[in-house]
Design a protein around this ligand. Structure first.
Ligand SMILES: *Cc1c(COP(=O)(O)O)cnc(C)c1O
Length: 461
């Protein structure tokens, strides 16, 4: 016992001091790469670690090289990016956990030029005076939707909050009990309503709400009817909800507003691709909604943003509210959004916007790619074959509907380990597991990532 204590004390005494470690040439290189103070912190961490180990009886002869190596590992781990690119082979097109919509090339170029230098964010080149950041996406949005006015904020959650706060605070807002939804990430309509200062008046039942339910709830204190699109859930069976046009008529008769949280930002019809029809932004405006709000990075396929379109006076009120400043969109989001909107205006959406290219991709093309991948994997000795499957839109849109696809199925004794190894790859691959098969959907794999995907599968399968 006594001998052990002396041994530990000897080991502790022989630990080099920070000063000595700092003078080593290898440490100087570290300090050049990571900065002096962070390197110092890393060395202290490494020495501390060794001290604890010695006191716990696990000490070994401390050598300076291994102490510095430990410091280097600590520095590398600390600074390793946590937001890393991955390959989405799940077949979920707008995958909320994987960053929703991938940006188009022209959106990326716009982000780079707006973010990498100075830009006319709030500057008017004609007058040489201060301009408004509001102008950037607005004209394109107005042109695209036919709305009188439009504005973009940080995300759609902010758009809903801002709309209710600016237009309904202190007054009543009527909403169907079938629409008191949680969107995900803790965004719950009743909570947002409370936060906005509006008083929520629930009408109808979970499955059925009629026009007369709304009509009976109107008082002299009513500011608006809010309609929230069933983005991420479906009520089937004995259900009814009045059409937007009937609600618009009712709102008009009672001189109250009809506000519509459309959610997905679909500007194109989803039906031609075999999906259920998703109400579009235009449907909402044409039905007579006063303000329609939606996300920029779901089916719109652009950057994170919340977009509000509608009547000029109301959008003006929304833009002037103090909260608007707190939820404004940044220059890179505005740049990407404008570039994406321009693609719709020039009929390039189906070709150039990744989300729509994936939705519209013909099945024979997916099948050809799946066959090619499977053949290549088989050549490399991987047990792979092509099977039928379904891709989904995701992002809390179009629940319960999917697109036919062809999957590459990799057979593996321990499919969970394969999935884990692929997640641990330098460019991680995320797929699906089903019936002991690892499934890869070509629909959501970006063309430039296909080669890396196959290389990873060959390596780990
Ligand atoms: C997604 C969604 C939101 C939240 O939008 P974010 O852009 O994620 O903030 C709000 N309402 C509906 C109906 C949605 O689908």
């Amino acid at each position: 016992m006594g001998e052990q204590i002396t041994q530990a004390q000897d080991l502790l005494r022989s630990l080099p001091g920070v000063d000595r470690l700092l003078q080593m040439p290898v440490t100087e290189l570290l300090a050049e790469q990571y900065g002096r103070s962070l390197t110092l912190a890393a060395l202290r961490y490494s020495l501390d670690n060794r001290r604890q180990a010695i006191l716990a009886g696990n000490g070994r002869e401390p050598d300076a090289d291994s102490l510095v190596q430990e410091a280097r590992t600590w520095l590398e781990n600390l600074l390793a990016p946590t937001l890393r690119p991955i390959i989405n082979a799940t077949g979920v097109i707008v995958h909320t956990n994987l960053g929703r919509a991938p940006l188009s090339r022209s959106a990326l170029t716009a982000v780079q030029s707006a973010g990498g230098g100075y830009a006319t964010l709030e500057f008017d080149l004609d007058s040489g005076k201060r301009g408004s950041r509001a102008v950037h996406a607005e004209n394109l949005l107005i042109r695209l939707t036919g709305a009188e006015a439009a504005t973009a904020v940080n995300n759609n959650a902010a758009a809903v909050l801002l709309m209710l706060t600016a237009l309904c605070s202190g007054r009543e807002v009527i909403i169907s009990r079938g629409q008191l939804v949680e969107i995900g990430g803790g965004f719950r309509i009743p909570d947002v309503m409370a936060q906005s200062g509006a008083r929520m008046v629930e009408v109808g039942t979970t499955n059925r709400t009629h026009l007369h339910d709304y009509e009976r709830a109107v008082t002299e204190n009513t500011a608006a009817i809010l309609v929230v699109h069933h983005s991420n859930y479906k009520i089937i069976g004995f259900t009814t909800e009045p059409p937007l046009a009937d609600l618009a008529d009712l709102a008009c008769r009672h001189n109250i507003l009809l506000l519509y949280d459309q959610g997905s930002g679909a500007l194109l019809d989803t039906a031609p691709y075999g999906l259920e029809p998703e109400p579009t932004v235009l449907d909402g405006l044409q039905a007579g909604c006063d303000v329609v709000c939606f996300s920029g990075d779901k089916l719109l396929g652009g950057s994170q943003a919340g977009i509000l379109c509608g009547r000029g006076g109301l959008i003006g009120q929304i833009k002037r509210h103090p909260l608007a400043r707190a939820v404004r969109a940044d220059k890179m989001a505005l740049a990407a959004l404008s570039a994406t909107l321009a693609q719709y205006l020039t009929d390039r959406a189906l070709v150039d916007i990744p989300v729509w290219r994936m939705i519209a991709r013909p099945l024979p093309e997916i099948e050809a790619e799946a066959n090619q991948w499977a053949a290549r994997l088989q050549e490399e000795g991987v047990a792979a074959r092509v099977i039928d499957g379904r891709s989904t839109v995701g992002g809390g849109s179009l629940p319960g509907t999917s697109l036919p696809t062809r999957l590459v199925a990799v057979e593996q004794a321990d499919v969970e380990s394969l999935a884990a190894a692929l997640r641990g790859h330098s460019l991680p691959v995320i797929g699906r597991i089903q019936d002991d098969l690892f499934l890869v959907d070509p629909r959501t794999v970006l063309p430039e990532q296909a080669e890396a995907l196959l290389t990873a599968l060959v390596r780990y399968a």
